[in-house]
Design a protein around this ligand. Structure first.
Ligand code: HAM
Length: 445
């Protein structure tokens, strides 16, 4: 006998069975409702993109180590989208002149990253994206934070369970420049180092910092940045005025004022250690954390990008948004029991079960189902042509709403028997009279 193929999916890819899909759509549909409340329009980008548009501004690590890239038959270097933002910028640059600003867009792509699969991380994953582009105003930050909060609270989560940790790249730059006097050419390296802090154990992280910078003072400063969460009490002496006059400091102060005035403060915490790993962020950056003692970890993040569209045109359009991994969000919801238990089960309670009496009469049952579906009812046909009693038992086991029967008696009378399974009552209306109202009356009895 031939050897059988392995029936497992590739590493990091998941087969999703119908119960998994039901759970996923339960979550996505709730979030799609939020996108409608905020008037974000849905868009879709191609799964394959030229590698260069991601290489230009995402992150070298993401492209060289964590992406599925290949050369096409035509010799083009291609990438399976590891995220969406450069593609979003590409699309907007094509039509931005004709679009009303601000542009509010929403998408739920499947993205691919060649990462080591672990809890909350896979090689193929759904990522929910919200972005607003076209105005440089911190009020847009507030909208994006508000959407992030609404997503959590719409599932019943409270501020003790999640927090938005926010920062601003311009503020970190001002700390580097005016306070820590870090040379300009090291900024990116320090960003990358800060971004790794919650991806490693403490000891491993300290060793990594020493190996990377070989500078005790700098390592101490980086470790300290991760602890700072009060902009008014920075642990430095003699902070020069230039720092307080910097755009980064002013933006953080203004954002904090707005968060207070819009009732969002409860959900948000400043953190000087949040920088985010992607290169295109220029201003506000944030990560949403699960606050559980046991699994305090980032669920998702986003930020402001001022220059991404300049990759494609001379236009400069600033945007802010976020990408939320469905996997990490699902884990969060499960941790706090925020997904109703029955969402994985198929709900038959509105379904009409159409029986088939025998092979000869079966086409009449099929014709009847066509009529019922046209009236807007969900029907399931039992093609067994077996004993009616057995077919009705099956419908009962599934908890269907009703059973319909067309046997010889019904055929003769040009009628159909409709049995309400909840009340165990039945009626036999004429087929020609059957309409939505008559059926509803029988089903509601
Ligand atoms: P990112 O931090 O690279 O940002 O990814 C955002 C989120 O996508 C992560 O926080 C996580 O929830 C999810 N994610 C990333 N990689 C994986 C993976 N391998 N498996 C499962 N989930 C994953 C971005 O992608 C930005 N483009 C977000 C953005 C939109 N910024 C502005 N607009």
């Amino acid at each position: 006998m031939k050897e059988k193929f392995n029936n497992q999916p590739l590493r990091g890819m998941a087969d999703r069975f119908p119960p998994d899909m039901r759970e996923e759509y339960y979550i996505i549909n709730k979030i799609r409702d939020i996108s409608k409340n905020y008037v974000y329009e849905e868009y879709e980008t191609p799964l394959l993109e030229p590698m260069e548009i991601y290489a230009a501004k995402s992150s070298a690590e993401l492209i060289t180590e964590q992406s599925f890239t290949f050369t096409s038959k035509g010799g083009d270097e291609l990438i399976l989208r590891p995220e969406l933002t450069p593609s979003l910028a590409r699309m907007i640059s094509r039509k931005s002149q004709e679009m009303k600003k601000p542009i509010r867009w929403f998408s739920v792509p499947t993205c691919y990253r060649y990462e080591r699969p672990q809890r909350g991380r896979a090689r193929s994953f759904k990522q929910i994206n919200f972005d607003i582009l076209g105005e440089i105003s911190l009020l847009e930050e507030i909208e994006i934070f508000n959407i992030s909060v609404d997503i959590f609270t719409s599932f019943g989560a409270i501020s003790d369970q999640f927090q938005i940790y926010y920062n601003n790249r311009r503020l970190i730059d001002a700390i580097f420049k005016f306070i820590l006097k870090i040379p300009n050419n090291l900024y990116w390296k320090v960003y990358k180092a800060l971004d790794k802090s919650d991806k490693m154990e403490d000891e491993e992280y300290q060793k990594y910092l020493m190996d990377t910078f070989n500078d005790n003072k700098l390592v101490k400063n980086i470790l300290q940045l991760n602890e700072i969460n009060d902009i008014e009490n920075l642990p430095y002496d003699n902070i020069p005025n230039e720092f307080y006059n910097s755009q980064g400091y002013k933006e953080i102060k203004q954002l904090q004022k707005l968060l207070k005035e819009t009732n969002l403060e409860e959900y948000c915490t400043f953190s000087a250690g949040v920088v985010r790993g992607l290169d295109y962020y220029t201003g506000t950056v944030y990560e949403v954390y699960d606050m559980g003692e046991e699994n305090r970890r980032a669920i998702f993040g986003g930020g402001r990008y001022d220059d991404l569209l300049t990759l494609f045109s001379n236009e400069q359009i600033s945007g802010i948004g976020f990408g939320m991994g469905l996997l990490s969000f699902k884990l969060f919801l499960r941790t706090y029991n925020l997904i109703p238990e029955n969402v994985k089960e198929l709900d038959y309670s509105n379904i009409i079960y159409v029986t088939t009496f025998n092979e000869k009469l079966a086409p009449l049952s099929i014709k009847l189902s066509q009529k019922l579906r046209n009236m807007g009812f969900e029907c399931l046909i039992d093609y067994s042509c077996g004993k009616l009693g057995n077919q009705i038992s099956k419908a009962n086991e599934l908890n269907c709403k009703a059973v319909v029967i067309i046997g010889p008696k019904e055929q003769e009378g040009n009628s159909v028997t409709i049995k309400n399974l909840l009340t165990n009552t039945q009626e036999t209306p004429k087929l020609k009279n059957l309409n939505r109202k008559i059926l509803e009356d029988i089903l509601e009895k």
